[in-house]
Design a protein around this ligand. Structure first.
Ligand code: SF4
Ligand code: SF4
Length: 58
């Protein structure tokens, strides 16, 4: 089980941050940060990411 991001693909649009029901994502200087303690691996962020930069493995 894991949440992963391809930082080369990420456009920093913030869409994933807005939709995460657990508020597990944050857009920082270095890119998107995932708080593994909050993330339930629901996969919503993966679905809304325009360049498909997020991969959620259950
Ligand atoms: S998988 Fe779900 S809980 Fe985890 S960061 Fe994405 S939207 Fe949030
Ligand atoms: S939705 Fe995708 S491209 Fe946009 S900030 Fe999140 S990871 Fe990056």
């Amino acid at each position: 089980m894991a949440w992963d991001i391809n930082r080369d693909k990420c456009l920093r649009c913030g869409a994933c941050v807005s939709v995460c029901p657990e508020l597990a994502l944050d857009l920082k200087e270095g890119g998107i940060k995932n708080d593994a303690e909050k993330c339930t691996l629901c996969g919503i962020c993966q679905k809304v990411c325009p360049p498909h930069a997020i991969e959620v493995k259950k």
